[in-house]
Unconditional design. Structure first.
Ligand SMILES: O=C(O)C1=C[C@@H](OP(=O)(O)O)[C@@H](O)[C@H](O)C1
Ligand SMILES: C=C(OP(=O)(O)O)C(=O)O
Length: 431
């Protein structure tokens, strides 16, 4: 679907917005709720394509899941109650669904086949299959990709050093560890988002995290107990408006009830370092930090990001590139090679698409060098999301900075994480 983009926002963004539920937490609520005993009530579930793929996959594994809008009830079947699926499980565009389910299904007493769309079928799966094999799992990929067959079987506990900084790989091993007799120890490369750990602890799993967050120990768990899960607003969705409000003069917005988990809030620090005006009003709800974020427009200064800072801002890096392309100097982003294996090669897509607007963005193997002092000059009015939701939404914001009509090709990709994105953007632009 092509979309004509709104351009040249004269008055900035105004008003208050509650963004949709967190994608990572919504996926996990369905998965953990399915394995639990009893009814898990999920409030503010993210009803985007990725999370609905997770929901449907668990229905196909025999779990009754009732949904009305963003209210979901998962009738948990217990650790051993999932049923062999009759057909291949459709992972659609979702890396999180695929990788977490590989770990979860590896210890079940049946075989499952996982398939996905073209983008997902290009993404690396050995990063999960290989460490799971150390636990005795048997996952047959197609040369390291989907389609994959998970031959469920008895697993054994192991001590595993992760080779990539990935919450998806870590979570797959945690799900496997819950099903393996003994204690599985997982050593992270860098601390990554810890929603699996937090939610599993709340459901009663035998799981501990070291004080430096680098080591997770998970014991075999016979029963998880159903809970009520209040999903906070997704920081990665709020991020789009935080960035636009910063660069659009005259803006003043408040985003309410946003998840502020320390492993996800890297953008807040980056905005402040770049000169942004950000106020956070924080509380803790059900073990996760949440709060309201007020953002006003500001002049932007360049930034230098390195590998240690990347996990807490991984999905927001296309937006950091956009901010940097309007800052008053040269920014560098290093240690972000993971961007090359997301829904698209996000380093190449950002360089190419922002390049169409004349932004001075140079791709590096592991990031970017961006000179924000170069004036933009549109040389191609047709932008392309490349089917990647985060690239599509970032370009929707970039268009606000030019004064020529632009078209966004494959704009419907935003439905993967934020179906109402363009409506919410218009609401803040018109307030
Ligand atoms: O665990 C998760 O929910 C996610 C982990 C990250 O991926 P990696 O684990 O591949 O870094 C992130 O990019 C993705 O959007 C969601
Ligand atoms: C990388 C992402 O998701 P996933 O890996 O679940 O497809 C994302 O949402 O930016």
């Amino acid at each position: 679907m092509d979309k004509q983009l709104q351009i040249n926002a004269q008055h900035g963004l105004h008003g208050q917005l509650s963004v949709p539920g967190d994608k990572s937490i919504s996926h996990r609520a369905i998965m953990i709720g399915s394995l639990a005993t009893g009814e898990t009530h999920v409030h503010h579930f993210l009803t985007s394509a990725d999370c609905l793929a997770t929901l449907q996959a668990f229905k196909n594994l025999g779990v009754q899941i009732d949904r009305q809008g963003d209210e979901v009830v998962v009738h948990g079947v217990g650790m051993h109650g999932l049923k062999r699926p009759e057909h291949a499980l459709q992972m659609a565009n979702s890396g999180t669904t695929t990788r977490l389910m590989m770990g979860l299904l590896a210890g079940q007493a049946f075989e499952s086949r996982l398939i996905g769309d073209d983008s997902l079928s290009k993404r690396p799966m050995r990063r999960v299959a290989d460490p799971l094999a150390e636990m005795g799992a048997s996952i047959e990929t197609t040369e390291g990709h989907l389609p994959a067959v998970v031959h469920g079987q008895t697993l054994k506990a192991a001590d595993i050093q992760l080779k990539v900084a990935s919450a998806q790989v870590k979570s797959a091993l945690i799900f496997a560890g819950l099903q393996a007799p003994g204690h599985t120890v997982i050593h992270e490369l860098l601390p990554t988002r810890d929603h699996s750990e937090n939610m599993l602890k709340a459901f009663g799993a035998d799981l501990t995290v070291s004080s430096d967050k680098m080591t997770i120990t998970v014991g075999q768990t016979d029963q998880l107990n159903a809970q009520t899960v209040q999903v906070p607003g997704d920081m990665s969705s709020a991020a789009f408006f935080m960035v636009a409000a910063t660069f659009l003069k005259g803006s003043d917005i408040t985003l309410t009830n946003v998840g502020l988990n320390p492993s996800r809030r890297g953008l807040l620090d980056v905005l402040v370092q770049m000169g942004g005006h950000v106020e956070v009003n924080e509380t803790v709800s059900a073990g996760e930090a949440v709060g309201d974020i007020r953002v006003q427009s500001a002049d932007l200064h360049p930034i230098a990001l390195t590998a240690e800072q990347i996990p807490a801002i991984i999905d927001e890096l296309p937006l950091v590139a956009l901010l940097a392309a309007k800052a008053d100097g040269i920014s560098t982003i290093h240690g972000a090679e993971e961007l090359r294996v997301k829904e698209t090669d996000r380093i190449a897509c950002v360089e190419r698409e922002l390049g169409k607007l004349g932004a001075n963005v140079k791709a590096l193997p592991d990031g970017f060098v961006i000179d924000g002092r170069t004036p933009w000059q549109v040389n191609d009015t047709v932008l392309d999301s490349h089917g990647d939701h985060r690239i599509g939404m970032m370009l929707g914001l970039a268009a606000l900075l030019v004064d020529q009509p632009l078209t966004l090709h494959r704009a419907d990709a935003v439905g993967v994480s934020y179906p109402e994105f363009f409506d919410d953007l218009n609401t803040l632009l018109e307030a």
